[in-house]
Ligand binder design. Structure first.
Ligand SMILES: [Zn+2]
Length: 228
């Protein structure tokens, strides 16, 4: 009997690694699979990731950060730059595990005149300086537009982007010219409701993630008003 086609060992290792990382994300409650989910865009999909839950388990985050740090260990890194506060915990874990002992800073995302904008706070500008080696960290890379802006900003400051590390990259995203390492590289199909194969099979639609945004409010408390 002739042996079946052998898979490339590197590809197998990547596949196994991704499975492990997906299991970790499932354990945090961040990753939902085999579902029929309504997205905020109105489209339907089979998988969903809740960004805010991704780094709620410190030991998992430390483990995932160490994997990214190990990948970039051969490169000297002066600064780990988080794309925003959302990826900051992961950035800390990457920096902690990187042999260069880099500092950690973060950018801020916003909109200006309907266009995306990224900013590095004034306090951090002395750390991202000419010839600094910068590793960018993002949690989920969905379109890559924030990262592209941040790469431009770092280069405008005269620093060098050594690469991009992220938890999850949608495979449709290309970031040309920079090495990108993602723990999970995975795209999931999104469907217009009228073309959705799950709707056609009458699988119940999970509207929880969208409904929750409208129906539930975050827990909060406010300082009482001063008596007049
Ligand atoms: Zn559907």
């Amino acid at each position: 009997m002739s042996p079946g086609p052998r898979k490339d060992p590197v590809a197998v290792e990547t596949e196994v690694r991704e499975k492990i990382h997906l299991e970790i994300l499932k354990r945090t409650g961040a990753y939902h699979a085999n579902d029929h989910v309504l997205l905020p865009s109105g489209q339907h999909t089979t998988e969903y990731i809740e960004k805010t839950l991704v780094t709620t388990e410190p030991s998992f985050t430390e483990g995932l950060g160490a994997v990214i740090a190990k990948h970039f260990a051969p490169w000297p890194v002066d600064v780990v730059l988080s794309t925003g506060p959302g990826a900051l915990i992961l950035s800390h874990c990457v920096a902690r595990a990187h042999p260069s002992r880099p500092v950690v800073v973060y950018g801020a995302k916003g909109l200006s005149g309907g266009k995306r904008r990224v900013t590095i706070p004034v306090e951090f500008q002395r750390l991202v300086r000419p010839a600094s080696k910068v590793l960018l960290i993002e949690d989920l890379v969905s379109t890559g537009s924030t990262l592209t802006l941040l790469i431009n900003l770092v280069e405008q400051l005269g620093a060098e982007v050594v690469g991009v590390g992220c938890l999850w990259r949608r495979t449709s995203v290309e970031l040309t010219g920079k090495p990108v390492f993602s723990l999970v590289s995975r795209d999931f199909p999104t469907y217009d409701p009228e073309e959705c194969p799950l709707c056609k099979k009458s699988v119940p639609l999970n509207e929880e993630f969208v409904r929750r945004r409208h129906a539930r409010r975050p827990s909060s408390v406010q300082e009482p008003k001063a008596a007049l």
